[in-house]
Unconditional design. Structure first.
Length: 447
């Protein structure tokens, strides 16, 4: 998220200014204009905070170079001159691209923060230690900005919200909640656990789907090369001698001729279908429909469904104890669960039932149709005994163990299935090749 500073002039002649965060200047301008209408002032300028590279000298000392973030170059120049430096050069960096740090670095930052908080170390000292010790440049800069903003007295949610692009949307939100709660250690630990489980699931899912897909594509390419190029060379030779081809050989040759004659058309269709399907699945509507029907997919679907429930329970457990606001905890957990369909059902069915009709949490969640019987049964028991927070963590831990174990079995099953497919394809190629090998041209005088 980028920072923007708006400045304007009120009717009374008073200068108005403020800072907002947004993903683009267009979004920032829209928000600034809305603020101007509400506060009744005329918007005059909107500056984005950027990085300025400078080169300065103090007296006869050697010139030193550095960089500083600011809204304008004049701010940097005045600050440097105030410290007694002579500005030799000052230039705005045209490309201020932030590369998102690896998830393991973010997890390490959050996990170490939790450990040091448990040791009763002040949070500003923790940020100073980690800000000097973290290797990743982007994360190090983010930690230093967090430290400075908190020292300036800014709201925790705003401070961490600015770093959503670096830390991730939901980790940033959870850490913002933690900064205003009296239970920072537990929320930090839960956030680290959430990230670890998220990365572990992605890694296992890639093992289950991506590598097998690559193997299948490579096998399909090899078969296509054999059918379209190698096989016709042999079959055409027999046709020159007027040999009648056996059924499988003739059918394979026809397939080869069709592929060669329509190669560009086939590639074009496949490319168009792939692009359209990819764009649709990446769209908001596509992701919603995929998450809705993924639940019904055999084997993988239930695993992804239970993992979403696990994440919901884990985030709900953290926020229920931290924020103290039941509805906000439910809403945020729904946004974190990685399932647009589950998120929509909870927001549009469960929350209105609780707010407008006064229904209990478990009854409202049951109406969404996205929670399993086991999860609802355990949550109902927790609600009846007043231990729903602890019960949510128990459900999360249970589904973590179940999905981890079953996903390993799925990976083994997929590997066996791929081996079977390879065996079948190789057998088919061998049979066709064997049929070709026994073809015998007609000898002179034979009918």
């Amino acid at each position: 998220m980028a920072e923007f500073r708006y400045q304007g002039l009120a009717i009374s002649g008073r200068m108005m200014q403020g800072i907002i965060t947004a993903r683009s200047k267009r979004e920032a301008k829209k928000r600034a204009e809305e603020i101007a209408r509400q506060r009744r002032f005329r918007l005059q300028s909107l500056d984005r905070k950027a990085t300025y590279a400078y080169k300065v000298r103090k007296g006869k000392e050697n010139a030193i170079a550095g960089q500083q973030k600011a809204f304008t170059a004049d701010e940097v120049r005045r600050a440097l001159e105030k410290m007694g430096y002579t500005v030799l050069s000052l230039q705005k960096r045209l490309f201020d691209i932030k590369v998102k740090p690896p998830a393991k670095d973010v997890v390490m930052f959050i996990r170490l923060s939790a450990d040091l908080l448990r040791e009763k170390l002040p949070y500003d000292e923790i940020l100073n230690l980690l800000g000097n010790d973290v290797d990743n440049k982007t994360l190090r800069q983010a930690i230093r900005e967090i430290s400075q903003d908190l020292k300036d007295g800014k709201d925790g949610a705003e401070v961490f919200g600015k770093q959503a692009d670096t830390l991730g949307k939901f980790p940033a939100h959870l850490l913002g909640v933690a900064s205003k709660s009296g239970n920072m250690v537990e929320i930090y630990e839960s956030t680290a656990k959430f990230l670890e489980r998220n990365e572990e699931f992605k890694k296992n899912l890639k093992s289950a789907l991506i590598m097998p897909s690559i193997v299948i594509l490579a096998l399909a390419g090899a078969v296509l090369f054999y059918v379209a190029y190698i096989f016709p060379q042999t079959a055409q030779m027999f046709l020159k001698f007027g040999v009648t081809l056996p059924p499988m050989t003739a059918a394979t040759l026809k397939m080869s001729d069709f592929i060669q004659s329509n190669a560009l058309y086939i590639l074009g269709v496949l490319a168009v279908v792939g692009i359209v399907a990819g764009r649709f699945l990446l769209s908001q509507r596509g992701r919603f429909l995929l998450s809705k029907y993924m639940i019904k997919f055999p084997v993988v679907g239930p695993l992804m469904h239970k993992t979403s429930i696990e994440i919901w329970c884990r985030v709900f457990h953290s926020l229920y104890s931290g924020s103290g606001e039941n509805v906000e905890a439910i809403r945020t957990a729904a946004e974190a669960c990685r399932s647009p369909y589950m998120e929509k059902q909870i927001k549009e069915i469960a929350l209105p039932m609780m707010l407008k009709e006064g229904q209990g949490l478990v009854e409202a969640l049951e109406k969404t149709g996205v929670f399993t019987r086991n999860a609802l049964s355990r949550l109902r028991s927790g609600a009846e005994t007043g231990t729903i927070r602890e019960t949510a963590l128990q459900v999360a831990n249970y589904y973590e163990k179940e999905t981890t174990h079953k996903l390993r079995n799925v990976i083994d099953m997929i590997q066996v299935a791929i081996a079977m497919v390879i065996m079948i394809v190789m057998t088919a190629i061998t049979v066709v090749s064997s049929e070709t090998a026994v073809i015998r041209p007609k000898l002179p005088g034979e009918q």
